[in-house]
Design a binder for this molecule. Structure first.
Ligand code: G1P
Length: 268
């Protein structure tokens, strides 16, 4: 089973910082943001992380490649602690596929279809960090309890934020678990069926990959993962797990990235 991390975006909201440095490589407390996400993927039932990269963002691949020269130099200088972290990060089980055009999140996920080989898969959005790695196992439990159904993480958000997210409609079937009836990408507040926003973690059945190849551009002219999931509801059950806001950290805007840095740095 694979964990897919889409990372080909332009990082527009962080310009000019992201002109030369991929947004995913920005520091959060003590490591680049994407390292948390890779570590979370590898701590789950996934055996490998597949990063959907753009060919311009070489720094991500350099970060996860071995660098024996640097390790040797650090050891020679007695900096074993640093040598260990460099060695560790270069040995994480990460592979890459490429998204050559920014056609949307759904398109990015579809780029990893071959790597998933017809198996269920996770999608982890890099804007959201889950440093205690507890969310995917909890989602897997919900899926197991419902015959292997797809499960997505959702979080209640205030009214003024619903139009930034995918939003679900459904009914609570057990404590914190909703059976989903519909999903809408970035609805206007008056059209939002609930305040439960899709929060960047998905456990999906392989049928999603097939449906994605038929999805037409939606909100923002982009191929939306949310639209494929809404189409899946005609064929399969899908569940949402309401997550504790203490477990997930948004880094999608400069201000939420700064807040997350503060919290995680002080927690060390
Ligand atoms: C994406 C998804 C959206 C989800 C959000 C979570 O939107 O399309 O459904 O709620 O991530 O962060 P984006 O933030 O890429 O616009």
């Amino acid at each position: 089973m694979k964990a897919i991390i889409p990372a080909a975006g332009l990082g527009t909201r962080f310009l000019p910082a992201t002109k030369a440095v991929p947004k995913e490589m920005l520091l959060v407390a003590d490591r680049p943001a994407i390292q948390y996400v890779v570590e979370e993927g590898l701590a789950s039932a996934a055996d490998e992380v597949v990063i959907v990269n753009s060919r311009e963002k070489r720094a991500i691949e350099e970060h996860f490649s071995p660098n024996p020269e640097l390790v040797a130099l650090l050891r020679e200088r007695g900096k074993n602690e640093y040598a260990d972290v460099v060695e560790y990060v270069g040995n994480l089980n990460v592979t890459y596929v490429y998204q050559d055009e920014a056609l949307g999140l759904g398109h990015a996920v579809l780029c990893a279809a071959d790597a998933c080989a017809g198996e269920p898969f996770y999608v982890l959005l890099g804007d959201v960090l889950v440093p205690n790695n507890n969310m995917l196992p909890a989602m897997q439990e919900v899926s197991d309890a419902h015959g292997g159904a797809s499960v997505i993480a959702v979080m209640p958000v205030p009214d003024e934020e619903v139009s930034r997210f995918g939003v679900i409609a459904g009914a609570e079937v057990s404590d914190g678990v909703w059976k989903i009836d519909a999903l809408v990408e970035k609805p206007a507040l008056e059209d939002a069926p609930s305040n439960l926003a899709v929060f960047g973690r998905y456990l999906l059945t392989p049928r999603v990959m097939e449906l994605l190849s038929d999805v037409k551009p939606g909100v923002g002219g982009e191929i939306q993962l949310t639209d494929a999931l809404d189409a899946l509801l005609a064929e399969e059950e899908m569940y949402a797990l309401v997550i504790d806001p203490k477990d997930g950290f948004d880094t999608g805007t400069v201000s939420s990235w700064l807040d997350t840095n503060n919290v995680l740095f002080n927690r060390k």
